[in-house]
Design a protein around this ligand. Structure first.
Ligand code: GLA
Length: 375
């Protein structure tokens, strides 16, 4: 709470001027407990919105155009008149602002300040948090802001903004998680119809995100290739998406086999969470990691080593989280053991790989919206 309040105050101070004319919105990042590379095939996932979020402080002005600053990276982004084509904007974070501005109509002019505690490039959906916060900040106020009438619409627009800014054909998981986050709950997403079902987290289970220290290089092009591979597999089966495929239809196709088996694991994991069955959850996370490593080929030796180190250190379960190719793994541990498990795993991982991992506990939090509790 203190950290958020401090971050809100810092964003408002950087915006300057009269606080009464400013608004602040917040959108969280996420860890995904299970269900990766399933969202863009209309499948299931089980993310958790986390207590690391992107804040945007914003004010409308009479001067046409936009001025945006970030408290995390250098550089100001500004234009007068209509927003520029996103891919032409430098510094690169300004591409998200330009893409979001193309969807909003908040007034003749806008000033805004961005500040995020979601680590960038870690697989914790920092881009989705940024896009969701920007779309909320730049949305026209009601009644003309009816385009954001539902959380699903907000998530869909935020996803379109991310695609326009980055060119990566991401799915909808991260944005749905950011919008529909809930304290003490994971979110069972059905990405065919974009529904969200909160699944309470057992109080005895702690969640940790552990960064492998490996930047996600190749991620964009490999992500698009995997997605195209899944679409081709669905076409070969005469299906509109792999969501409708059965395991026996994809037995000889590793990409599709991952997707179909992962969808089953997500539903089983939701049931295991509801039953408080930590051992079953652990086995499902292990099977997911193996499938992402061997069939979908998005793990790396470092991510594998980090998962092994966490399990050896006593984690209930661990797997890569998000797109893969580096970044974070998610770990589940019994609450009373969690700090020691994370510390032991980080030490083992460093001894084996020479890389420094960074572990941080995360808590499930509420989804995106206006920040009201500041003065
Ligand atoms: C990234 C994308 C998501 C999803 C995951 C993999 O986080 O933004 O849409 O596809 O990768 O599950």
């Amino acid at each position: 709470m203190t950290r958020v309040a401090g971050a809100v105050a810092a964003a408002l101070d950087a915006l300057g001027g009269d606080r009464a004319s400013a608004r602040v919105v917040r959108a969280p990042g996420r860890v995904n407990l299970i269900g990766d590379h399933t969202d863009y095939t209309g499948g299931f996932c089980l993310p958790v919105a986390i207590d690391r979020a992107c804040l945007v402080a914003v004010r409308t002005t009479d001067a046409p155009g936009l001025v945006a600053r970030s408290l995390d990276v250098d550089g100001t982004v500004s234009w007068s008149g209509r927003p520029p084509e996103p891919t032409t904007v430098e510094p690169a974070w300004g591409r998200f602002v330009a893409a979001a501005a193309a969807h909003g109509a908040p007034g003749p002019g806008v000033e805004l300040v961005v500040s995020s505690s979601v680590p960038a490039g870690a697989g914790l959906a920092s881009s989705a948090a940024l896009c969701t916060a920007l779309v909320l900040a730049l949305a026209a106020p009601p009644p003309s802001g009816q385009t954001l009438a539902t959380g699903q619409t907000l998530a869909t627009v935020a996803r379109a903004v991310e695609v326009a800014a980055t060119g990566v054909p991401v799915g909808i998981m991260d944005q749905l998680a950011s919008v529909f986050g809930k304290a003490d709950a994971a979110l069972l997403l059905d990405c065919r119809v974009n529904t969200v079902e909160p699944v309470p987290l057992p109080p005895g289970l702690a969640i940790g995100a552990v960064h492998s220290g490996l930047p996600r290089t190749l991620a964009s092009s490999a992500y698009a290739e995997r997605r195209a591979g899944c679409e081709a597999a669905a076409r070969r089966l005469g299906l509109s998406s792999l969501r409708d495929a059965r395991l026996d239809q994809v037995a000889d196709d590793p990409l599709a086999r991952h997707v179909v088996s992962e969808n089953e694991r997500v539903l089983e994991a939701a049931a295991a969470l509801r039953a408080g069955d930590a051992d079953r959850l652990g086995r499902l996370l292990a099977a997911s990691q193996a499938s992402l490593r061997d069939d979908f080929r998005v793990s790396t030796p470092e991510l594998d080593a980090l998962v092994d180190a966490l399990l050896e250190a006593g984690a209930v379960g661990a797997r890569l989280t998000g797109a893969g190719f580096g970044g974070c793994v998610v770990a589940l541990a019994r609450v009373e053991e969690a700090p020691a498990v994370l510390a032991r795993a980080v030490a083992r991982y460093e001894a084996r790989t020479g890389r420094r991992a960074q572990a941080f506990p995360v808590r499930a939090t509420s989804g995106a919206g206006p920040v009201t509790d500041y003065s």
